[in-house]
Design a protein around this ligand. Structure first.
Ligand SMILES: [Fe+2]
Ligand SMILES: [Fe+2]
Length: 176
């Protein structure tokens, strides 16, 4: 692993950053799956109150966690690989997925009943597919590229590594 690292790149910091983002992705997906499951159940049961309540909770989570996560990645995490010919097409494809996710969140905002459950299910599946690309393709590429550093790309960004990991290293910046 060290052989492919450029000067000044710390393999253990890179591995730690990869684990932190993967962990945050897993937490996000678990939370999303839970809310989408509840919304689907409420719609299936014809329980309008529970459906609206869960839809509101899901929208709130999307606005506060999912969309800020995507936006935070587009600068430091996507910027480096986007500048390299081997990764440019991958990053372009992943940026397009961010846009699809953002527009599905807007669809969820105004949808009702079955349409809300359909939008929620689409967000869930696309996010799962998207984060798998990030975990298995994009971040390993950054870790293995001598000129890039995953640890630097995610440093202090609680939107990318989660609150606890950002705090652990004492470099979180609070925006709220
Ligand atoms: Fe992303
Ligand atoms: Fe992500």
């Amino acid at each position: 692993m060290n052989a492919v690292m450029g000067p000044g790149k710390d393999a253990s910091a890179e591995a730690q950053a990869l684990l932190a983002v993967e962990g945050h992705h897993a937490d996000m997906l678990r939370h999303l799956n839970g809310l989408v499951g509840l919304l689907t159940e409420a719609v299936e049961a014809g329980d309008t109150d529970a459906g609206q309540e869960t839809q509101a909770a899901l929208l709130d989570w999307c606005d506060k966690e999912l969309v800020p996560h995507a936006l935070a990645e587009e600068g430091p995490l996507y910027g480096g690989p986007h500048g390299m010919p081997e990764a440019r097409l991958l990053v372009d494809g992943m940026l397009a997925e961010h846009q699809v996710i953002v527009s599905l969140v807007d669809e969820l905002r105004t949808a009702d009943g079955v349409a809300a459950a359909v939008a929620a299910g689409a967000i869930q599946r696309i996010f799962a597919l998207h984060l798998d690309k990030e975990n298995r393709l994009l971040m390993p590429f950054v870790v293995e590229s001598p000129g890039l550093s995953l640890a630097q790309a995610v440093e202090g960004l609680h939107e990318l590594v989660g609150e606890s990991a950002a705090h652990q290293h004492g470099r979180s910046h609070h925006r709220h």
